[in-house]
Design a protein around this ligand. Structure first.
Ligand code: 5AD
Ligand code: SF4
Length: 446
């Protein structure tokens, strides 16, 4: 979602004459778009800012200005502190208020013109009444064959470890028509695959004004978007198990363009820990959903998120997580050590797990998940699968694309196949990618 937001910030600033520069030292403005999900991510902000400050200093010596903005969830959560610790920061904007950047820049310019001096940085972190989506220009130039499209933001679930409900705010769904229009614009500009984004994307409940304020689910929205002819593939991320509904499951059964891959975070395989986490689902409920989805779409592959070392997690709880992983069999997964986040209920608990135990558990979990990932990748050797080629590969004459299961696939193929779905016979598999041979004669065409 930060990638999507960063692109939208660039769109907003384009009418003011800004373009993207590769080198930060050349920039008139640097926006650091930040993540607050774990401590490691937010710690990075200050070291990055230290680096950017040097560019600003160098420009100042040449009588030039560089505006430094901090955006994203760390800005939202720690804006005041950032301004205190890094006095050279000019702007703080939260994830729901970045559409105000043009006015903020005008304000900075005005201040500079009347020589009020830089003064204190501008802090814009309220959750505005208006939706930022209504202010985004339609000038976006997608970067490639596959694009992101935010349809839902925020979270009302309040898992006890998580900052998202505080930084991204309450659940919000964009109306169906605006999503459809944005999808059409992307497709007109050559996009073949769209990934619908939301912190709880399957809690989507956007209004459809054509139906007099009717509310649509994600399944129904996907059905509607699948009618866009030139759109070849649809994906969505991230789903919450408690929000999975029949229309979502049926969408996987009925819609060919919907890829057979679902990221469905479970976080822990222990019901006791899930309860402590305030996850609102059990392991039995989770595995039941997996079964239903497998019946609806037999080749569907699953990925998930796991947290190890949640406060109070015992050896037995952790063993339950390993058991759950063995039972489900994931195609890939993200796993993290629990990271206490300021203001969250879990950070205030006494029975924090030691770093040593977290490290040991993470290593064991990851080795099991990696084993499953390699086994899944290897299970495709000898099969022909449809690959959407996205760009040049590592070697000359080679392209790289994605399988329906989101794996990177390398194959020798003509450049003009970029943007095409091509059948590829898989010949090699590693943990991170597949290699194959194009099944048509296209590969010998120069
Ligand atoms: N510590 C570790 N991992 C976390 N996540 C969210 N909050 C924390 C935290 N405090 C993980 C969850 C979530 C993913 C996006 O990040 O697994 O699904
Ligand atoms: Fe965070 Fe996801 Fe839980 Fe919401 S559902 S609080 S975003 S982990």
């Amino acid at each position: 979602m930060n990638v999507y937001d960063s692109e939208r910030m660039a769109d907003l600033l384009k009418p003011l004459g800004f373009t993207i520069t590769e080198l930060p030292e050349d920039a008139d403005m640097v926006i650091l778009n930040t993540c607050h999900i774990r401590e490691k991510a937010s710690e990075k902000v200050y070291s990055e800012l230290g680096r950017i400050r040097e560019y600003k200093e160098a420009k100042r010596l040449n009588n030039q200005n560089m505006v430094i903005a901090v955006a994203g969830c760390t800005a939202q959560a720690e804006g005041e502190e950032i301004l205190r610790r890094a006095k050279y920061v000019d702007v703080i904007v939260g994830p729901q208020s970045y559409h105000r950047l043009p006015q903020i820049l005008a304000e900075i310019e005005r201040k500079t013109a009347v020589e009020e001096g830089p003064g204190r940085g501008i802090l814009e972190i309220d959750f505005p009444e208006e939706s930022k989506f209504d202010f985004l220009p339609e000038t976006s130039e997608p970067q490639g064959i596959s694009a992101f499209l935010s349809i839902q933001e925020g979270c009302d679930k309040f898992c006890h470890f998580c900052v998202v409900p505080y930084t991204r705010g309450a659940e919000y769904s964009r109306p169906v028509e605006t999503v459809y229009e944005e999808a059409c614009r992307l497709v007109e500009k050559g996009v073949q695959e769209i990934t619908l984004l939301g912190q709880n994307v399957n809690a989507y409940h956007g209004t459809f004004s054509g139906g007099e304020g009717e509310v649509w689910t994600l399944g129904r929205l996907i059905q509607y978007l699948s009618k866009i002819q030139a759109l070849k593939r649809i994906r969505y991320v991230t789903s919450h198990p408690a929000d999975v509904n029949e229309e979502q499951i049926n969408a996987h059964r009925d819609i060919e363009k919907l890829m057979p891959y679902l990221h469905l975070p479970i976080q822990s395989g222990s019901d006791r820990i899930l309860k402590l986490m305030n996850r609102k689902h059990t392991t039995a409920y989770y595995t039941e959903i997996i079964e239903k989805l497998r019946s609806a779409r037999p080749d569907i592959a699953f990925s998930s998120d796991f947290i190890v070392g949640y406060p109070g997690e015992t050896d037995k709880d952790f063993e339950d997580t390993l058991e759950l992983v063995k039972k489900v069999n994931f195609a890939s997964a993200f796993s993290f050590k629990y990271s206490p986040r300021p203001g969250t209920p879990a950070s205030m608990l006494d029975d924090q797990v030691s770093e040593e135990v977290k490290t040991e558990r993470l290593a064991r979990l990851q080795s099991l998940l990696f084993e499953q990932q390699i086994a899944f990748n290897q299970s495709l050797i000898g099969k022909s699968i449809s690959i959407l080629f996205e760009k040049q590969g590592r070697h000359p004459g080679q392209l790289v694309g994605r399988s329906p299961y989101l794996q990177s696939v390398y194959a020798e193929a003509a450049t003009r196949l970029i943007g095409q779905c091509v059948d590829v016979l898989i010949t090699h598999a590693t943990q991170n990618s597949l290699t194959g041979t194009v099944m048509t004669q296209e590969k010998i065409t120069i």
